[in-house]
Design a protein around this ligand. Structure first.
Ligand code: WT7
Length: 658
């Protein structure tokens, strides 16, 4: 098993520091002690139906009650809360309107240029109703898929909630993806409409989005798409096609401010979100209504220990699962105030995050280790200029956090007083799976600590047997949970094979394999080591090496390509590509640059290789499989260790070394 993460076994074994939960957090927290956590975990384990059923009834509003908690008679296809009817948008909005939350701020949005918009729950409700009516007006019906390709503007949140309200599943495509990547997703999901914007602001300038939508749809490439709704954000000139394109403001302003939330079946599709795997094209991860609502609601409440006066900010983009679950659905279902920011720290404003924390008196802050490492590198002078005493809780997500970055985050950003929740989860899990509970769990820097109540996580070998403490293995979940993905859109077989049949226990049970390697220490704490498949994690963004390889070989100069991750101090991993060229091609700087641009156009700037190397041949086994282990070692300047006897051509290694 290989791993390219910063949590090496050495650092895990050396890490001795333990931080106990502070009394003032524990006293008010929803789970306020380790024994309370253990008690809940025990209840969930001994009678899961009662545990989840009680939680679903207590935490959510139902139009009609469910009559069965879990049906696991046809694994790995789970059915949760059968017979129940509910609506996520109702749970995020309507149910707060009869309480003091009605006039509480639901969403505070800050644009990159510094413009601010605020929405109370009542105001957000009105915007969502109008947008839901607008979607109906252009012919969107329950069950139709609506794609979003948007910058971080409030309309993105409004559009998602409006889709949920009328029962039209959404498929958010990260605004940094290329027109090609957008087109693939529109075709795969058979989207009926696209909601986009003229553009957004990035690094102090307007970046256009609408032209990518035009290009994705060109020549009727996506015949299912009938309409495009365009938010005016930058006021840049964009083309509007008649009978297809509508301006958001023109379409929405005349609509009625009332729109009943559609009663949805528990298992009705809520959204599809594409993510990279080790083989094939990105897969459309399908999440459904009730289980996802319950899981994001509960996890948000438990992990962020939310209180009515909190101002919570997650720095993710709505194009990723973190944005779905922890900017929008989890916080709003709990009636919290959530902050959304269009920008990012940049040379003209390196303190952008800290300025926002000071300005909006943010109390809970959730970001990625890659950002923390970048801040750490530039030192504490910038953060020290801001008043961040409003903070009381810090979180991280997306990749393993190295203990030094964890300590820096706690001391410099958290002023030494804020607990850190290192949350392990994935697009597929819907919400967090392994994380400290701030009032209950003693933390160790670099460890995501313990699974949440109801989550039977384990570290196992290929037969599904638990490995000894301290040993490496596959990170798995032994039982279904409400927020789990239900299938891969259009490809149930892939869902079965890649997640539930990868580990093969002798008793034939289904175990969920996450794609990560991990260890548990003697206290049962989980230390996630990173991906063990051909997926790389660049600055918290997940990319399949095969997608990047396909993009490279689609360039006329490239005959073969292999892509690996190299450990990188800031990004976690950096992309290194090995290519063999078509005869007569010269490997010069112009071509290298051309290939990098080509990958960015095919997938998006996040997939642009850091380094491209050329060679006459790639190391392969006799059956033709590229030996990535060798390339990984070469890319990171390490000795090639282990067995190389299966290499088809031993001279390749010497050539690559040269
Ligand atoms: C992969 C999932 C879930 C939100 C963001 C990414 C890695 C995520 C952690 C963590 C170590 C982590 C895993 C996982 N990952 N959180 N706290 N510690 N690794 O979602 O794009 O679906 O990627 O991110 O490798 O499998 P995603």
């Amino acid at each position: 098993m290989s791993s390219d993460s910063s949590n090496t076994i050495e650092s895990v074994l050396q890490e001795q520091r333990v931080f106990m939960p502070a009394d003032e957090i524990a006293n008010k927290a929803s789970i306020g002690s380790l024994s309370e956590y253990k008690h809940l975990a025990e209840l969930a384990k001994s009678d899961p139906d009662k545990f989840w059923g009680d939680a679903a009834r207590k935490e959510l509003h139902w139009f009609e009650p469910f009559n069965k908690v879990l049906d696991w008679s046809n694994p790995p296809f789970a059915t949760w809360f059968q017979g129940g009817k509910m609506n996520l948008s109702y749970n995020c909005l309507d149910r707060h309107l009869n309480s003091s939350k009605a006039d509480k701020e639901a969403l505070i949005w800050e644009g990159e240029p510094g413009d601010v918009r605020r929405f109370t729950y009542r105001e957000l409700y009105v915007e969502v109703c109008k947008t839901a009516n607008a979607l109906k007006a252009i012919g969107i019906k329950k069950g139709d898929l609506v794609a979003l390709y948007m910058p971080m503007v409030p309309e993105a949140a409004i559009a998602m909630l409006a889709c949920a309200r009328i029962g039209a599943p959404h498929s958010v495509v990260f605004g940094g993806f290329s027109a090609e990547a957008l087109r693939d997703r529109l075709i795969d999901g058979e989207a009926k409409a696209v909601i986009t914007a003229d553009g957004g602001f990035r690094k102090d300038k307007a970046v256009l989005l609408k032209p990518s939508v035009d290009s994705a749809l060109e020549g009727n490439a996506c015949p299912s798409v009938d309409s495009v709704i365009v938010v005016q954000r930058t006021n840049e000139n964009v083309n509007m096609k008649s009978n297809r394109d509508y301006w958001w403001h023109e379409l929405i302003s005349p609509q009625s401010a009332e729109c009943n939330a559609e009663p949805m079946e528990s298992e009705d599709r809520l959204f599809v979100l594409y993510t990279s795997g080790s083989t094939g094209k990105p897969k459309g991860v399908v999440h459904t209504t009730a289980g996802y609502n319950l899981w994001t609601h509960l996890t948000f409440k438990w992990i962020f220990d939310i209180r009515d006066e909190d101002v919570y900010w997650c720095t993710a983009d709505v194009g990723w699962i973190t944005g779905h679950s922890y900017i929008i659905y989890g916080p709003l279902s709990n009636g919290a105030t959530t902050v959304m920011y269009e920008g990012a720290p940049r040379p003209s404003n390196p303190g952008a995050f800290w300025e926002l924390i000071q300005k909006h008196k943010i109390s809970i802050f959730y970001t990625a280790p890659t950002a923390i490492r970048a801040f750490m590198k530039s030192g504490r002078t910038v953060p020290d200029q801001y008043d961040m005493t409003s903070l009381r809780l810090l979180g991280t997500v997306g990749e393993p956090i190295n203990p030094e970055a964890w300590i820096w985050y706690k001391d410099v950003i958290g002023g030494g007083r804020c607990p850190i929740v290192d949350t392990w989860w994935q697009t597929e899990t819907g919400g967090v799976m392994i994380s400290p509970l701030p009032g209950a769990t003693p933390t160790k820097p670099g460890s995501a600590t313990l699974p949440l109540p109801g989550i039977e996580a384990d570290v196992v070998d290929a037969e599904g047997k638990s490995v000894e403490a301290g040993e490496g293995g596959y990170l798995v979940v032994r039982r279904p949970w409400p927020g789990m993905m239900r299938t891969v859109h259009g490809n149930p077989q892939r869902f079965r094979e890649s997640y539930w049949e990868y580990i093969k226990p002798v008793d034939g049970k289904h175990i969920y394999f996450a794609g990560d390697g991990a260890r548990r220490d003697a206290d049962g704490y989980f230390w996630v080591m990173g991906r063990v498949d051909d997926v790389i994690n660049v600055s918290g963004h997940r990319l399949g090496t095969m997608e990047i390889e396909s993009a490279l070989v689609s360039h006329p100069a490239v005959s073969e390509a292999a892509v690996v991750g190299r450990p990188d101090e800031l990004k976690g991993e950096a992309i290194v590509a090995f290519v063999t060229l078509e005869s007569g091609r010269n490997f010069d700087n112009a071509l290298i640059n051309d290939l990098k641009v080509h990958v960015a156009l095919e997938i998006g700037a996040i997939a642009r290789p850091e380094e491209i190397k050329s060679s006459d041949a790639l190391p392969k086994t006799r059956s033709g499989k590229i030996m990535r282990r060798i390339l990984r070692a070469l890319a990171s300047g390490e000795e090639v260790s282990g067995d190389t006897s299966t290499l088809e051509d031993r001279t390749v290694l010497d050539k690559l070394r040269a």
